[in-house]
Design a protein around this ligand. Structure first.
Ligand SMILES: C[S@@+](CC[C@H](N)C(=O)[O-])C[C@H]1O[C@@H](n2cnc3c(N)ncnc32)[C@H](O)[C@@H]1O
Length: 312
């Protein structure tokens, strides 16, 4: 099966990656390989696409989608935080472009069968990389009420976090939670009807986001990755990151800023003595957002935010 894909902000991504034949580009979040396919077409004749995804389904899909370009790409089933060691293994010192299109692929959401969506009844797993790590079921069935509330509040910005955590702990005393629908029902029950009615999203949306972030340690991996960007981008190389919620975007924004202006000297010092050297330049002072036309044809793009930086 080949995944369906609706790549977010394709024109904005290709334009900002400054693609041309011969370049080496890392697509660190292959998903349905929509972006990857366009990138590889643009860098063909001497170029190399390094494709990464921590979901084995995305790698298998990329093998099929990119097959016509065999010889121009290498694929890695790994976390993108491993990009520096991947480059080392390939004997590549730096890349000319990096794309991160964070979050879930359509495949994971609709066919992943790992409980990412509360629309279907699936095992409560939520691991993008199923080789190891705790599942969402492990977390909801073993973490304390307080730990659960913290996760929902921190990663989901869920204001009902304590009520929801209490309801989960009560429910699991009867029987452990096993499926996405079970969890969604418990969350819905915990949110007062009046509040649930006024919400524009399903009451379980934030809890599902929070659990997914916790299971995959998404923010930690993003931070680790962002710290390595200046070391792995070639001069004038471009970084494009699409994020879908403020927690991710904040990390990207702050890390770019720290490489752009991380001088720690007091403001009234006549010159810098802390040794800071600017390594990145932000190309998009304001985040780039999808056009209304794109949002109309792909409503899932509505919360996407693209940030672009260039290696000096
Ligand atoms: C939104 S999809 C990418 C869609 C893709 N750009 C396209 O055009 O079809 C995000 C993908 O990134 C992967 N992913 C998310 N975090 C990752 C990480 N830390 N390391 C590797 N892959 C990751 C997910 O497994 C998912 O397949």
């Amino acid at each position: 099966m080949i995944f369906e894909h609706t790549s977010v902000m394709p024109d904005e991504v290709y334009g900002n990656l400054n693609l041309s034949p011969g370049k080496i580009v890392a697509d660190c979040t292959l998903g349905g390989s929509g972006h990857a396919l366009q990138i590889i077409k643009a860098i063909q004749r001497g170029g190399t696409l390094i494709g990464i995804d921590q979901d084995i389904d995305a790698i298998k899909n990329a093998e099929k989608v990119l097959k016509p370009f065999t010889g121009n790409f290498v694929l890695f089933h790994d976390n993108f935080s491993a990009l520096p060691s991947i480059l080392e293994s390939l004997n590549i010192k730096g890349v000319d472009g990096i794309l991160l299109d964070l979050g879930l692929s359509l495949h994971q959401l609709r066919n992943g069968k790992r409980g990412f969506s509360f629309q279907r009844d699936e095992p409560l797993d939520m691991r993008m990389d199923t080789r190891s790590g705790r599942t969402a079921a492990d977390i909801v069935n073993s973490f304390s009420e307080r730990e659960l509330a913290d996760i929902f509040f921190r990663y989901g910005e869920e204001r009902m976090s304590r009520r929801i955590a209490r309801q989960i702990v009560t429910a699991r005393q009867i029987k452990p939670l096993k499926t996405s629908k079970e969890l969604a029902c418990i969350v819905k029950k915990a949110v007062p009807a009046k509040i649930a009615h006024a919400m524009k999203i399903h009451p379980a949306t934030r809890v599902f986001q929070a659990l997914r972030i916790a299971v995959n340690r998404e923010l930690e991996k993003l931070e680790t990755f962002m710290d390595t960007v200046p070391d792995i981008l070639n001069r004038h190389g471009r970084l494009c990151v699409i994020s879908f919620h403020s927690l991710e975007d904040r990390i990207v924004k702050q890390k770019i800023r720290s490489f752009e202006n991380g001088c720690t000297c007091p403001r009234d010092f006549p010159e810098c003595i802390c040794g800071f050297k600017q390594s990145l330049k932000s190309i998009s002072k304001k985040p780039i957002r999808p056009t209304d036309k794109e949002i109309m044809s792909n409503p899932m793009a509505r919360s996407a935010v693209l940030r672009v930086a260039e290696r000096l």
